[in-house]
Design a protein. Structure first.
Length: 244
C-alpha cells in the first residue's frame, strides 16, 4: 500500500510516495498542481495522503486528494505518541513538528536533535521520554551573509558555494566567509554539546537545503559519530502521521 506525503514551502513543494516507511518516489517542484497529483495517483494509487503547507491556498489540491485518497491536513495535533509541550502549538512551524515525528519514527529509543538548515536554522529536541518542549531558531547561511552586507556601510555581499571549504580570514571577503560559516559550525557544535548534557545517546539529524555543506564540515567534529544527514526527515514525519 502506498501513501503520499507533500511538504509545501515558500519556494517549492517536496513530494514523496511511501511503501510503508520506504520512499519509492521523490520529487521537488517549483509549484505543485492538480496535473502533478493526477500523475502520481495514476502511477502509485496511494491509499492515504497528507499535506503540510506554509501556504493556505491549497484548497484545490485538498479537494482533489479527498476525492482520490484518504486525505489528512497535517497539524501539530497529530502527535503519534510524542507529547507536545510547546506553549504555543498553533504557531509551531509544521516542518519543525514533522521533523520531530520523523526523528521519532527512525530512532524511537533515542533522544534526537533535529537541525534543519534552510532560510533559518532550527534546532528541535525530542527527549528520550518522547517529549517536545521546543527549540531554537537562528538565521541561516544566506541570511547571515545578507545581514553583514545590509547592516554595514562598506562590507560586500559575499557569494558562497557549498562546494567550498571554510577559508582562513586573510582578507575582507574570506574573513566574512570564515565568520559566517565557521560561526554556524561552532553554533551547531554548541547546541549538540548542550543537549548532550541533557540527554544520553543523542542522535543529531541534519536536514534542509544547506545540510550537505554542514554535514561535510562536521565530519571533523568530535560529535561526528552522532550526526546523521537525512534530507527526507520532514516527509518521513508526514508519512508517520498517517501510518497505521
Amino acid at each position: 500500500m502506498h501513501s503520499l506525503s507533500i511538504d509545501i514551502g515558500n519556494s517549492s513543494a517536496k513530494v514523496a510516495v511511501f511503501a510503508g516507511k520506504e520512499i519509492v518516489h521523490h520529487q521537488r517542484l517549483a509549484k505543485l498542481g492538480i496535473l502533478d497529483l493526477g500523475q502520481l495517483i495514476d502511477k502509485f494509487s496511494p491509499k492515504k495522503s497528507i499535506i503540510s503547507s506554509v501556504n493556505q491556498e491549497i484548497g484545490a489540491l485538498e479537494e482533489y486528494l479527498k476525492k482520490h485518497t484518504l486525505y489528512v491536513r497535517f497539524s501539530a495535533s497529530l502527535t503519534k505518541g510524542v507529547t507536545n509541550k510547546y506553549e504555543t502549538p498553533i504557531t509551531l512551524g509544521l516542518d519543525r513538528w514533522a521533523g520531530i515525528l520523523g526523528a521519532n519514527s527512525l530512532f524511537a529509543k533515542n533522544a534526537c536533535l533535529v537541525v534543519d538548515a534552510g532560510t533559518c536554522i532550527t534546532y528541535d529536541l525530542l527527549t528520550s521520554k518522547k517529549e517536545y518542549f521546543g527549540g531554537s531558531i537562528s538565521p541561516g547561511i544566506t541570511m547571515r551573509f545578507k545581514a553583514v552586507h545590509e547592516y554595514t556601510g562598506r562590507l560586500p555581499l559575499i557569494e558562497w558555494s557549498a562546494a567550498e571549504s571554510i577559508p582562513a580570514g586573510k582578507d575582507t571577503q574570506s574573513a566574512i566567509k570564515n565568520g559566517v560559516l565557521q560561526g554556524i559550525i561552532n553554533e551547531i557544535e554548541g547546541f549538540i554539546a548542550l543537549n548532550n548534557i541533557k540527554e544520553s545517546a543523542l542522535k543529531v539529524i541534519i536536514t534542509g537545503g544547506d545540510a550537505n555543506f554542514l554535514y561535510k564540515q562536521l565530519q571533523n567534529s568530535i560529535f561526528a559519530p552522532q550526526i546523521i544527514q537525512d534530507p527526507y526527515i520532514v516527509l518521513k514525519g508526514l508519512n508517520e502521521a498517517i501510518a497505521d
